[in-house]
Design a protein around this ligand. Structure first.
Ligand code: ARG
Length: 461
């Protein structure tokens, strides 16, 4: 590394360079690095540290580097230690001496802290936007399935009837909380570490508020040592991704189960399925399975960065260079996952007839039988016991609650009347559940519009 030749007599061993260099990973920061450098240069000129001519050269030089990277004309050199050194030396190659002044009153430590923060803010916003899009897909599915009765499960055993709209809207609530979590984390990202220097700022009379404003932060960070060693914002974002990943994984699992031959509640589109190399009849939910698996990567990146950060003393240590390995992998994993999930949901077919058929099984209306008896004056526990005995009888005779004749019911309790059958009808059961947050079409319509309102207000925050 030529930069160190003043201090060093020996040359870095090539294996050590390979180990130390991060350009293979942090090249992804080129855009934010250039953005940060331009703001820094403007500040240097404003504070009289460089002159106007030098600033002009630096800005147009950085712009030309950016242009050439984006057009593919300029390739990242493996010789460079990292993206910061690469851009600086490329700039100096192009504009000469003015380029050598860019790093005045700055260290790579505050530079990388700034770049990572700018990048994290950008991807946090992208995550919010993608989640908002996913919410919109869910609202559409819900609106189309307000009356698609399906079995609701506990312990994966048929419990009580719900609708597919109500079921899918449960995920809308999870993602709404995820959006709010990312928004909240983003608020804490809005302080600029630029100007913190290596760890103890600088003796130049710089203006940290100027660069903070220029880069759209709310203010500069308050402690220079914290500024260069803080990666909490990355940890927070990786936690948010992990939580979303957990929700993706649960939804993916349901898509897998519900698309199986046994359930057939949904059909995943061919575009989001795979076949088998040997079994010609197969259509496998590979994408959903991968989505289920990707949460593991998101969790392990979170664990990785937290473990990497534990125990390192103040201030910057090279350990922290590893932050980007976790961050970038999570960003990539999250962004492709959400796009696939959104496409898969938007194109899947909901088989509402099959759902309704299955909702008739499993004595799903047993609670309503007990509730009927309660309405006729019985105590709930007595009603519960009687209904249990009726279900036992039904199972032994292979009869559903709707099929057992009234005379038989009367043997269990004389309060049963002809009106009973109306009370255990699935549509009736559902539409009577109009409690706030419940599954009736009316309640779910209200749920959708309230979720939309919450989403709008989150977008404004
Ligand atoms: N590539 C380094 C990183 O990502 C940049 C900061 C290096 N600073 C230093 N003093 N070695 O963390």
């Amino acid at each position: 590394m030529d930069l160190y030749k003043g201090r060093f007599s020996g040359k870095t061993a090539s294996i050590a360079h390979e180990f130390n260099s991060s350009i293979g990973t942090d090249y992804k920061l080129y855009k934010v690095d250039i953005k940060g450098s331009k703001a820094h240069a403007k500040m240097l000129e404003k504070c009289g540290i460089i002159n106007q001519e030098e600033l002009k050269k630096i800005v147009s030089g950085l712009d030309s580097v950016l242009e050439d990277i984006e057009s593919g004309k300029l390739e990242f050199s493996k010789e460079a230690e990292d993206i910061h050194m690469f851009i600086e030396s490329e700039l100096t190659n192009r504009i000469g001496d003015a380029g050598k002044k860019l790093h005045t009153a700055r260290s790579r430590n505050d530079q990388v802290a700034l770049d990572v923060k700018l990048f994290t803010i950008e991807v946090a916003q992208r995550a919010i936007d993608a989640l908002v899009e996913l919410e919109e897909t869910i609202f559409e599915i819900a609106k189309d399935n307000l009356n698609s009765i399906m079995p609701g499960y506990t312990h994966l055993q048929i419990a009580q009837p719900v609708t597919f709209a109500h079921h899918i809207m449960a995920y809308a609530q999870m993602f709404l909380r995820d959006i709010s979590r990312i928004k909240d984390a983003k608020k804490r990202m809005m302080t600029s570490p630029l100007g913190a220097g290596a760890l103890a700022t600088t003796t130049y009379n710089i203006d940290r508020s100027f660069t903070a404003k220029e880069l759209e932060f709310e203010s500069p960070t308050l402690n220079s040592m914290d500024s260069v060693s803080d990666r909490d914002h990355v940890v927070e974002l990786l936690y948010c991704y992990s939580n979303v990943g957990m929700h993706f994984s649960r939804l993916a699992e349901e898509l897998i189960i519900y698309s199986s031959q046994e359930f057939k509640f949904i059909t995943i589109a061919d575009e989001y399925s795979s076949g088998s190399s040997i079994m010609p009849q197969k259509k496998n939910p590979d994408m959903a399975e991968l989505l289920r698996a990707k949460s593991a990567r998101l969790y392990s990146n979170l664990m990785g960065i937290m473990t990497m950060l534990k125990g390192i003393p103040l201030a910057y240590n090279k350990d922290m260079q590893e932050d980007k390995e976790y961050l970038f992998d999570s960003v990539e994993t999250f962004e492709i996952s959400i796009e696939v999930l959104n496409g898969m949901l938007a194109t899947m077919k909901v088989n509402s007839e099959r759902m309704r058929e299955m909702a008739h099984k499993g004595y799903i209306n047993a609670t309503d039988t007990a509730d009927y008896l309660v309405k006729k004056g019985l105590a709930f526990r007595d009603a519960y016991y009687i209904t249990g005995s009726i279900v036992k009888y039904g199972i032994s005779e292979n009869l559903s609650l709707n099929e057992i004749p009234l005379e038989k019911y009367k043997e269990f309790s004389d309060v049963f009347e002809e009106d009973y059958y109306k009370y255990i009808d699935l549509d009736y059961i559902l539409n009577e559940r109009k409690v706030f947050g419940g599954p009736s079409a009316k309640s779910v319509e209200e749920q959708i519009s309230l979720t939309k309102i919450q989403l709008e207000s989150l977008k404004k925050q």
